[in-house]
Ligand binder design. Structure first.
Ligand code: ASP
Length: 331
């Protein structure tokens, strides 16, 4: 029988109503497991309770804690299942994809839209399938299991706030899907996967600026000193209002001239950026220090930038790491 470690971090799956009537995580990892007794037929499962947080409050410190727990127990277990709130699960899935690379052993995130104690919950199905995936011979890498879909940690996005099919795989096929309890794998474990390569350092000093028509450019110099890299969520395939004559272009040019990175991405949910297509984007694309997120998800782009800045000794190395594909984050 396979050995699986459940790492509980909180979220709606583990929640109960507070005295004031709002939901907050409260259940222990042992209580979660007790709700899915059929897991005992599938594997030997141990559990650790790392946090009990609403995922709104999960960030780089907790990503490092989860990655460290996987690292500490890597040789003892065949796979890992992380229960987590849905709101920032895509960020954590992306973070673990960069912090635990090329792992043939699966690291699987799951959660639910309703508490596991709620009568009409999706939690038991999701936890059951996450463990089934973690035990399956075709499982690999950092994945998110939700509503019968297995989604790459680098491609997952929360696209619905209430429905059970809350997560989508953005611009890339699912790794696998469940038909009832049978797993149908689509993406095999890539060559070169084996014992995981762990990375610890992240630099969270990243700021995401969503452009709005009419936005003033003088916000950009105010960010210097507060962050090491800027992500500009531009329109369509990308560009800056006024092109290379506009104030935003001058602000980005000055930002980069000080040795900082500016990453262009798009507000459009699918198919990514392509900054060289239009006159309004060409000059920005040519600036030293400007790179494009292309078809990375917003979550993957933000977290990969933190990871690249954490590893690199300078801007050029950070840019090179950012543009090097990791677990199919760039097509
Ligand atoms: N606010 C909750 C969380 O992210 C939502 C959920 O888990 O579905 O922890």
């Amino acid at each position: 029988m396979k050995r699986i470690l459940l790492i509980a971090t909180g979220g709606t799956i583990a929640s109960r109503p507070t005295a004031a009537g709002a939901l907050a995580p409260a259940l222990t990892s042992a209580e979660l497991l007790a709700c899915v007794p059929e897991l005992a037929d599938v594997c030997r499962i141990d559990a650790v309770q790392l946090y009990n947080l609403d995922s709104t409050s999960i960030g780089p410190a907790q990503w490092a804690g989860i990655a460290a727990a996987v690292r500490r127990h890597y040789d003892e277990y065949d796979g890992f299942v992380v229960t987590h709130g849905t709101d920032t699960m895509a960020y954590t899935a992306a973070a673990l994809s960069y912090m635990i690379q090329r792992s043939a052993k699966p690291v699987v995130l799951t959660g639910s839209q309703k508490s596991i104690y709620s009568r009409d919950t999706d939690a038991r199905n999701n936890l059951h399938r996450a463990v089934l995936y973690a035990c399956h011979p075709a499982a690999w890498g950092v994945q998110l299991v939700f509503d019968g879909k297995v989604i790459l940690g680098t491609r997952a996005r929360k696209t619905r706030t209430k429905s059970f099919n809350a997560f989508s795989s953005i611009d890339y096929p699912c790794t696998a899907e469940f038909r009832d309890l049978r797993l149908v794998p689509f993406l095999p474990c890539p060559p070169g996967y084996g014992a995981a390569q762990f990375y610890e350092k992240l630099d969270p000093a990243v700021f995401v600026l969503r452009l709005v028509p009419g936005m003033r450019a003088d916000i950009i110099p105010l960010l210097a000193g507060h962050c090491d890299a800027l992500i500009l969520e531009s329109f369509g395939v990308g560009g800056l209002p006024g092109g290379d004559e506009g104030a935003l272009f001058a602000a980005v040019r000055d930002w980069c001239a000080a040795g900082r990175l500016a990453v262009f991405t798009t507000q459009v949910p699918h198919e990514g950026s392509d900054l060289g297509v239009y006159e309004v984007g060409r000059a920005a694309k040519a600036l030293p220090g400007v790179v494009e997120a292309r078809d990375m998800t917003p979550e993957a782009a933000a977290v990969k930038l933190m990871w690249a800045l954490g590893q690199a000794r300078g801007r050029d190395e950070a840019a090179r790491l950012f543009l090097t594909p990791v677990q199919f984050d760039l097509a």
